[in-house]
Design a protein around this ligand. Structure first.
Ligand code: FE
Length: 260
């Protein structure tokens, strides 16, 4: 499995506190069946600033440590970027990182609301050839109250990233139900851990995928696995989540005839 959102890099944010903690997280990822992790430290969220070059250096250092420790996990550079005023300018200046050097860029909103300039920023990014990936929309209060706020951003061309623990039910049944609803409404396209440590907020992808398979079916499971692979390969993702209730439509368009 591939994980596109994690706080595994040491000394960067509220994720791994030191190298030992990062290695413990890497062991957890490996045990969970994950082969590639994109490290996405918080950036410009009001607390942490982690510019591109520092992240790239830290990724290099962690990969060397992993090799030393005999853990085959591969860490790739990324960033979880809070929506902020200079985002587009800083991106142009090369201070921001996309996910593993792809056109996919991980965007974070405040948890309480959808910022007024969210649509405009997504639109501008898309015009420039990027694909905004909205981090854990299910944890945003405004979207939870009105999922059509998210659907609007998806219709613009953004993608939704669901957090593994949300769909696994770790954050409660209400958030799990909302997560499943967002899957069925075609509003989320990729599942990622948002892991911060190896105890309270671990990787847990296998558990989340187990829930997807059980609740939404094997096609939805394939859809999510495919999309996380496509993101780090900078390939096209699937937009139409087969978890939707109107499966007939998808059969007409041949989604279910796709092999592997
Ligand atoms: Fe995060």
């Amino acid at each position: 499995m591939i994980d596109i959102h994690s706080h595994i890099l040491p000394f960067m944010d509220d994720g791994a506190a030191d190298v030992e903690a990062a290695l413990a997280m890497a062991q957890d990822a490996h045990n969970d069946g994950i082969s590639v992790v994109v490290a996405t430290p918080h950036h410009a969220n009001g607390v942490y600033m982690n510019p591109a070059q520092e992240i790239e250096a830290a990724v290099k250092a962690l990969n060397a440590k992993l090799q030393e420790a005999g853990n085959p996990l591969q860490v790739l550079p990324g960033q979880e970027i809070r929506l902020y005023g200079d985002l587009l300018d800083d991106l142009e200046r090369g201070q921001l990182l996309t996910l593993a050097g792809s056109r996919y860029i991980l965007l974070e909103m405040p948890s309480s609301r959808v910022p007024r300039n969210m649509e405009e920023t997504c639109h501008e990014l898309i015009i420039q050839g990027f694909v905004p990936v909205i981090a854990h929309p299910e944890r945003n209060a405004e979207i939870a109250a009105d999922p059509s706020r998210l659907v609007k951003l998806i219709e613009l061309g953004a993608l939704g990233q669901l957090t593994a623990q949300s769909i696994a039910g770790v954050f409660g049944s209400k958030l799990q139900k909302l997560s499943l609803e967002l899957c069925r409404r075609q509003a989320v396209h990729v599942i990622a851990s948002d892991a911060h440590d190896h105890v309270n907020r671990p990787f847990g992808l296998s558990e989340a995928y187990g829930v997807v398979k059980r609740e939404l079916g094997a096609e939805a499971f394939d859809f999510f696995l495919h999309n996380s692979r496509s993101i780090i390969a900078n390939d096209e993702v699937f937009r139409a989540n087969p978890a939707q209730s109107n499966n007939k439509l998808h059969r007409l368009f041949g989604f279910f005839s796709r092999k592997g």
